[in-house]
Write a protein that binds this ligand. Structure first.
Ligand code: NDP
Length: 251
């Protein structure tokens, strides 16, 4: 029986790449998108072209009050598409950037980041827990910015730091069901994230290169493959860990 992995924010960027690498490993995919339905459908078609089954569902991870209804939708999709009551892995990947100096960060910016990056994964995971199979796995997504600081990213970095702590608590509490929980912390990766600034802004690109041992920003594919590995049985004894994939930023 193939394993089913649910990926939030699987329509583009790192989540999409993870979905394709998981499909290469024979895993079926439920991916979510917030607004770009066409991109989600293109990702589903790319997964299906590799053989596995895939379904795209809309979800705003910043709106926790909708998670009960989302879990009901997942339950229905599992029954209809897989004749199953559970899925096997959750990748809490969806996210937004926030660049604002500490002194001028507003409560609205603070709430948007916390709702998306901390409250979202916290309560989405809680709501989906009855549908996650015993022996399953959860991968949360942090950032290099939780280990080192850069001006203008205080609330984003703090939220990602909280995700890393949450990961250890989940690994402890969910161990009784043999569910393992890890964090991947990407460095700066050339995606659409933050308006594509790592990819498209030459100054940002050059700065990132200058503080990265391997001398360049990462590519989505280099995170997607690591995410797929951490969600696979190859990583079955890795639990409660933070794994950074940054090419060696600020070592
Ligand atoms: P992208 O901007 O390329 O893609 C973001 C994805 O998340 C899209 O699928 C988007 O859906 C979805 N999304 C955004 N906001 C929400 C929301 N509120 N609810 C549901 N889905 C949402 O970003 P990346 O792939 O680069 O980033 C993925 C994760 O990696 C994020 O958590 C980010 O913080 C983290 N990260 C990224 C780094 C980088 O340099 N790129 C570095 C370190 C960490 P839609 O297409 O519908 O808009």
């Amino acid at each position: 029986m193939s394993q089913i992995i649910l990926i939030t924010g699987g329509s583009r960027g790192l989540g999409r790449s993870a979905a394709l690498h998981l499909a290469d490993r024979g895993h079926d995919i439920i991916l979510t998108y917030r607004s770009q339905k066409e991109a989600a459908e293109t990702a589903v078609a790319a997964i299906q072209a590799k053989g596995p089954k895939a379904v795209a569902l809309p979800l705003d991870v910043g709106q926790a009050r909708h998670f009960v209804a989302f879990a009901a939708t997942v339950k229905r999709v599992l029954a209809q598409t897989w004749q199953r009551e559970t899925f096997d892995g959750l990748l809490n990947n969806a996210g937004i950037a926030m660049h604002e100096p500490f002194a001028s960060t507003t409560e609205e910016q603070f709430d948007a980041v916390i709702d998306t990056h901390l409250k979202g994964p916290y309560f989405l995971t809680q709501r989906l827990l009855p549908l996650l199979a015993d022996g399953g796995r959860i991968l949360n997504v942090s950032s290099g910015l939780a280990r080192f600081s850069m001006p203008g990213t205080s609330i984003y970095g703090a939220a990602k730091g909280a995700v890393e702590v949450l990961t250890r608590y989940l690994a402890t509490e969910l161990a009784e069901r043999q569910i393992r929980v890890n964090t991947i912390a990407p460095g700066a990766i050339a995606t659409d994230f933050s308006g594509g600034r790592v990819r498209d802004n030459p100054e940002v690109n050059a700065y990132v290169s200058s503080i990265t041992a391997l001398g360049r920003p990462g590519r989505a594919d280099e995170i997607g493959s690591a995410m797929a590995m951490l969600l696979s049985d190859d990583a079955r004894w890795i639990n409660g860990e933070r794994i950074e994939a940054s090419g060696g930023m600020r070592l």
